[in-house]
Design a protein around this ligand. Structure first.
Ligand code: AMP
Length: 283
């Protein structure tokens, strides 16, 4: 596995590979890798001749300076995991490499309101930063396929919209949510939970599964209020439970009027914010 830190060197390397007709897969991450990330890497390596993973904690997508400061950075361990997974290229750039002209965002994309709901409402500027960094990384790597997780449902929906809007020549591949044994969605932020919090956080997945089981039993309003109550256990504070159309991300009123419906939640466990989702129906 090659570890590359400069854009120049990465592009030189990729140019060589593309000349040989090799297909390139790309998985952007912020590091502190776990099985969720590794699943994306595995699939990427299966479907492409060459796999590239970036590890870059993007400052422009953090709306909370404390969260950015505390975000785990474990590059040595990450590179060992990626080497074991037989990755071809690990791209670990500095901020200067990614944003040589400064962090100010010059990209303007009409996201059709997708970025104003749910995460967008509670994390102002977050998706602007996500689009900025993914756009920049795609520009550097120019992969054939881009790998992202369903764990961040709103994120991949927005990136797909960006790809469509800007007519970017890349195929987005979305991978399933990988969970811990107790059902908690794997996340780099789980490392910051105490053992007790991590155990209790299984309530999130349990509530999502309850929503799916009961999607036709209650009205959408009733489903949301019952789910919120379930999540209000001591030490936990739900920020939102949204039941939305999976394409527009708009709140729905009636389950039967939509064919693709997703429930998305954000919950605070102490100081840690956790997000998760489940597809309630898709046809
Ligand atoms: P992050 O490092 O958190 O920015 O995540 C990098 C990529 O991994 C994103 O596309 C995430 O959606 C994906 N990802 C993170 N956690 C999981 C998980 N538990 N299951 C599947 N994909 C995940």
């Amino acid at each position: 596995m090659k570890i590359i830190k400069s854009v120049n060197q990465l592009q030189k390397e990729l140019k060589k590979l593309k000349k040989q007709g090799k297909s390139i897969g790309f998985t952007p991450t912020m590091g502190a890798l776990h099985n969720g990330h590794l699943q994306l890497v595995k699939r990427m390596l299966k479907e492409n001749d060459v796999g590239v993973v970036s590890v870059f904690v993007n400052p422009t997508q953090f709306n909370d300076a404390k969260d950015l400061k505390k975000y785990p950075r474990t590059l040595k361990k990450d590179s060992e995991l990626l080497k074991k997974a037989k990755l071809d290229i690990l791209f670990a750039p500095s901020e200067k490499e990614v944003y040589p002209k400064g962090k100010k965002n010059t990209l303007s994309i009409d996201l059709n309101g997708l970025d104003t709901r749910m995460e967008g409402k509670f994390r102002p500027g977050h998706f602007e930063g996500v689009c900025q960094v993914v756009h920049r990384l795609l520009d550097i790597v120019t992969p054939d396929r881009l790998y992202m997780g369903q764990k961040d449902f709103q994120q991949f929906t927005i990136i797909q919209q960006m790809i469509n809007n800007l007519k970017l020549n890349v195929k987005l591949v979305v991978c399933d949510i990988i969970r811990e044994k107790n059902g908690l969605a794997r996340s780099s932020r789980n490392e910051r939970l105490t053992k007790k919090q991590r155990d209790e956080a299984q309530i999130i997945n349990k509530t999502l599964l309850w929503l799916k089981r009961n999607r036709n039993k209650y009205s959408v309003g009733e489903l949301k209020s019952r789910a919120l109550k379930k999540l209000e256990i001591p030490g936990f504070k739900p920020e939102y439970v949204s039941i939305v159309n999976g394409k527009t991300l708009k709140n729905i009123r009636k389950m039967s009027s939509h064919s693709y419906v997703v429930a998305c939640v954000a919950v605070w466990s102490g100081e840690i914010r956790l997000i998760d989702n489940i597809i309630l129906k898709n046809k």
